[in-house]
Design a binder for this molecule. Structure first.
Ligand code: C5P
Length: 234
C-alpha cells in the first residue's frame, strides 16, 4: 500500500490556496479540500487543482437519505477527485447508494471512505446526547465494519485506531488519519495527536496534515519532513 501525506487546504478562498501552493515548485502534493474552501469556491476550485496536477481528497462528509446521497455522489463523480467521504452513521443503505452514485458508466470511481465518529465527539457526548452506550473503540470498529461490508474502501480515523481497523477490516482497507503533529510542534486544538513516524508505525495509510504544514515558516520543508518520516521512515 502506497503511503502519502495529504495537506489539508483549510483556506478561506482560492487566492489564499494558490498563494500557499505557489511555493511547491517540484512534485505536487496530495491535497484535501474541505467544506470551507468548497462552499466558498464551488467545484471550480477542484477542477483547477486537478488541472494543476494535484490528487484531491474532497472532504464533504455527506450524510442524508440514500437517494439524495446517491445523486450527490453522481455529481461529485464528474469532478474526477481521488477520494471522497461520507458519515458511516448514515447506515449501510446510504453507503451502498453512495457507491452506486459514485461509479461512472465505465466502472471507474474515486475511492470512498467513511467518517466513523468525529474526533470532536467524546465518550460523554456520545452517551448523553447520541444515546450510544458502547465504548468509543467498539463504536468506531463497528462503523468501520459496516463501511467495509457496504463495499467502501476505508475510513477516516485516529492513527491510534488504524491498527485495530486493519485487524478487523483487512490490511487493504484504507485508514486516513488526521491529528498529526511534529514532536517539537504546537498541538493546537487537536487532542489525541501522533507524530508522522508514529502514525507510520501504527499502520496509517494516509496522514492528513494541516497547520503543521500550512502555518510553518517553510511549508515545503515541513511537507518534505512529514513525507520522510511517514512514507520512507528514514
Ligand atoms: O490543522 P490540522 O492538522 O489539525 O488539520 C487536520 C484536518 O483534518 C482538518 O482539515 C480537520 O478538519 C480534519 N479532520 C480532523 N479530525 C477528524 C476529521 C477531519 O482533524 N476526525
Amino acid at each position: 500500500m502506497a503511503k502519502d501525506v495529504i495537506i489539508a487546504c483549510d483556506f478561506a478562498d482560492a487566492a489564499e490556496t494558490f498563494a500557499f501552493l505557489q511555493r511547491f515548485t517540484g512534485e505536487k502534493p496530495f491535497l484535501k479540500i474541505g467544506m470551507e474552501l468548497y462552499y466558498a469556491e464551488g467545484p471550480q476550485i477542484v477542477r483547477e487543482l486537478k488541472a494543476r496536477g494535484h490528487q484531491i481528497f474532497l472532504d464533504l462528509k455527506l450524510h442524508d437519505i440514500p437517494n439524495t446521497v446517491r445523486k450527490a455522489m453522481r455529481s461529485l463523480s464528474r469532478l474526477d477527485v481521488d477520494i471522497v467521504n461520507l458519515h458511516a452513521a448514515g447506515t449501510q443503505a446510504m453507503m451502498k447508494a453512495a457507491l452506486e452514485g459514485l461509479t461512472r458508466v465505465d466502472g471507474s470511481r474515486p475511492l470512498l471512505i467513511a467518517v466513523t465518529q468525529l474526533t470532536s465527539t467524546d465518550q460523554e457526548s456520545m452517551q448523553k446526547e447520541l444515546l450510544i452506550e458502547k465504548p468509543m473503540d467498539e463504536v468506531v470498529l463497528s462503523y468501520a465494519r459496516n463501511a467495509a461490508s457496504a463495499g467502501l474502501d476505508g475510513v477516516v480515523c485516529s492513527p491510534l485506531e488504524a491498527g485495530k481497523v486493519h485487524a478487523v477490516c483487512g490490511e487493504h482497507f484504507l485508514t486516513v488519519t488526521p491529528g498529526v503533529r511534529f514532536a517539537d510542534g504546537d498541538i493546537g486544538d487537536q487532542k489525541r495527536v501522533t507524530t508522522p513516524a508514529r502514525a507510520r508505525e501504527l499502520g496509517s495509510d494516509y496522514i492528513v496534515v494541516g497547520r503543521p504544514i500550512t502555518q510553518a515558516d517553510d511549508p515545503v520543508a515541513a511537507w518534505e519532513r512529514c513525507r520522510r518520516d511517514f512514507c520512507s521512515g528514514k
